[in-house]
Design a protein around this ligand. Structure first.
Ligand SMILES: NC(=O)c1ccc[n+]([C@@H]2O[C@H](COP(=O)([O-])OP(=O)(O)OC[C@H]3O[C@@H](n4cnc5c(N)ncnc54)[C@H](OP(=O)(O)O)[C@@H]3O)[C@@H](O)[C@H]2O)c1
Length: 296
């Protein structure tokens, strides 16, 4: 899908990130702003910047994404993920702009016995500060009264983005595998890692179909992080040992949910085709790039 679903002046926030990088490809005429140009924690400057651009659509791809660090600095996570998006939504309302706000599967997870995908209608319950900050952001966006679409996605990976783009799980697994390290990856947490390119295209499809409110959007299927890591090294043709560990052996500061698979009920209800399976999306992502395309 290309084109901004009938919107004529789209603005992309979080411009150095991986999802924003994919939107830039799909919407080459959009204005793309990085953190220096549009900081969610500086709402007055952000409002003035947006007023000058008069967007009819704002795609908010900016976020504080440091899940473990958020346990130590929840104020920073809530400033960027909750208060900032709330102020952004109020600015969009004043401008008459539609806001797409990207959220996360990590708003779920409190139900430790869960083993079936979460629908958009279910009550979230996060297990860490990052998830709580993103959930608060969803509520503040919805409460602002602007035309909006909140899209919850999961485990994004991509190559595009600006100079500050952080490494994804795929980057980190490949780097360790190529360095000859044995990979020890959690095998008892399931979700659906998703290609940022597919999610950006899927968001534009949702918008074009008139989706509003909250929608889930990931690649199809589900896997554990261990299964995902094993698929990464296999598809990349790297010989590496990938061992499964349990959540109890995980040393990260933030608690991680055992199960956060999302059911894309809104997408289904609109009659949109299923997203690609996570394994197919990963295979496409890791396929060698033809020389002509790489040079373009
Ligand atoms: N990555 C995932 O696995 C994942 C999973 C589920 C949901 N999501 C959500 O998907 C969205 C896009 O994620 P992504 O993977 O594309 O993230 P990303 O690559 O980390 O990009 C996020 C961008 O936001 C910028 N940013 C951070 N704080 C900001 C602030 N206060 N004001 C303005 N910009 C700020 C960052 O700038 P700097 O580079 O300068 O820090 C970065 O360029 C986010 O809402 C995220 O919560 C991501």
């Amino acid at each position: 899908m290309t084109g901004a679903a009938g919107f004529r002046r789209p603005v992309i926030l979080g411009g150095d990130g991986q999802l924003a990088g994919e939107f830039r490809v799909l919407l080459p005429d959009a204005t793309c702003l990085d953190r220096r140009q549009a900081d969610l924690t500086r709402p007055d400057a952000l409002r003035d910047t947006l007023a000058g651009l008069a967007p009819d659509l704002v795609l908010n791809c900016a976020a504080y994404n440091l899940v473990d660090q958020a346990e130590r600095e929840p104020e920073a996570a809530f400033a960027a993920n909750a208060l900032g998006p709330g102020a952004l939504a109020r600015a969009c309302r004043a401008l008459g702009a539609t806001l797409v706000h990207v959220s996360t599967d990590m708003v779920f997870g409190l139900d430790a016995a869960r083993s079936t995908p979460y629908s958009e209608r279910e009550l979230p319950g996060p297990v860490n500060a990052y998830g709580a900050s993103k959930l608060a952001g969803e509520h503040l966006v919805a409460a602002a009264g602007t035309d909006h679409l909140i899209v919850r996605t999961c485990g994004l990976y991509g190559r595009r983005g600006g100079p500050t783009r952080k490494t994804s799980f795929v980057d980190r697994i490949l780097a360790k595998a190529r360095a000859g390290e044995t990979l020890r990856v959690v095998g008892d947490q399931s979700c659906t890692p998703s290609a940022a390119a597919d999610v950006a295209a899927g968001i534009l499809e949702l918008l074009a179909a008139g989706a509003r409110g909250t929608a889930h959007l990931t690649n199809a299927g589900q896997c554990s992080w261990h299964e995902f890591a094993a698929a990464i090294v296999a598809l990349a043709g790297v010989a590496a040992r990938v061992e499964a560990i349990g959540s109890a052996d995980w040393t990260g500061e933030a608690c991680r949910a055992r199960y956060t698979v999302l059911h894309a009920g809104v997408r289904e209800g609109l009659g949109l085709p299923p997203m690609a399976h996570w394994h197919d999306a990963l295979a496409r992502f890791l396929a060698p790039v033809p020389e002509a395309a790489a040079a373009a």
